[in-house]
Design a protein around this ligand. Structure first.
Ligand SMILES: [Mn+2]
Length: 309
């Protein structure tokens, strides 16, 4: 567990405002204040702090889970000690910390920071299915001469996980290189207009069908999956996104007892605060409540939760 001391900077604000002890917490929040590969709107390094601040100022009752995040809580570990400018060393450290969290049987909730964190998560959980909410596929082989960047992260993830267990939801911004890859590799994805045509119930059923054989599920939420009207301050905003209700409804329908962790990324607050941080805080609270409900509703109490995580 050395990496939890070595590679962590404690945060002045804890997510949700109440710090649960590490041993009693189901969920461990980890900030990823890294944005070195950003190409358009920088500032995701300030995302984790802005999301924590927003979490203190929204109501945390989850209508979808029928419980209050405040009663559940989490342990906020603080921020990963990133190395600005060095994505490889930063991801190596992230992987070490995440491995320690999984060994301790915790459910990590990573607050970004840029989307590259998902590569560290995938490297620690190679057998998990990956549900990715994003405006972008991030499937370029190289971007601005970099092989590991926010625009190529899923191409690198494809090299370590089973592509048949990957599903992109809300994707709409793409290029010819990605289109060719989607076809040749038969990758699973759903645009916002696919989702609206199907309705969330049928959309979620199709996603679940594809990943039904997986024993574990990891969820990555790039906040730019939301329309810029709801989340304007992100690294690369793209029109025609999901509404917050569509995203949260999909999470409610997709979260089950197999979920082992999640990240919420690409919040790049403007002027210290912003709408995207509020969306991200809400998404994090809802995700924790939904995961908790899914794991505890199998039979009766927390003991089941302990067994299934
Ligand atoms: Mn994106």
């Amino acid at each position: 567990m050395g990496s939890l001391k070595l590679y962590i900077n404690t945060s002045p604000i804890v997510f949700g405002g109440v710090q649960r002890s590490f041993s009693e917490a189901f969920f461990v929040v980890l900030g990823f204040p890294f944005d070195s590969t950003s190409s358009y709107h920088p500032g995701a390094r300030f995302g984790p702090l802005a999301i924590r601040e927003a979490s203190l100022n929204i109501e945390t009752w989850s209508w979808r889970a029928g419980m209050d995040f405040e009663d559940l809580g989490c342990h906020d570990l603080g921020d990963l000690a990133i190395v600005l400018g060095d994505v490889h060393e930063t991801l190596r450290r992230a992987q070490e910390v995440l491995e320690d969290l999984y060994t301790a049987r915790k459910i990590p909730i990573v607050l970004g920071g840029e989307h590259t964190i998902t590569l560290a998560s995938a490297r620690t959980q190679r057998n998990a299915a990956l549900i990715c909410f994003d405006a972008h596929f991030d499937l370029r082989n190289e971007y601005l001469s970099q092989r590991v960047s926010h625009a190529t992260v899923m191409r690198r993830v494809l090299e370590v996980v089973n592509p048949e267990f990957m599903y992109w939801i809300g994707v709409r911004a793409t290029c010819r290189e990605e289109q060719e890859l989607l076809r040749s590799r038969k990758l699973n994805y759903m645009t916002p207009w696919d989702l609206r045509k199907l309705g969330t119930l049928e959309a979620a059923r199709r996603v679940k069908e594809k990943i039904k054989e997986a024993n574990k599920v990891y969820i990555s939420v790039d906040v730019d999956v939301l329309d810029p009207a709801y989340a304007p301050d992100v690294g690369n905003p793209e029109p025609e996104g999901l509404t917050p209700s569509e995203l949260l409804d999909m999470l409610k329908l997709l979260v089950d007892a197999r979920v082992i962790g999640a990240d919420i990324v690409e919040v790049a607050p403007i002027g210290g605060r912003g709408l995207s941080a509020i969306q991200a805080a809400k998404i994090a609270c809802e995700l924790c409540c939904l995961i908790y409900r899914a794991k505890t509703s199998l039979t009766t109490a927390g003991r089941t939760f302990m067994k299934t995580r």
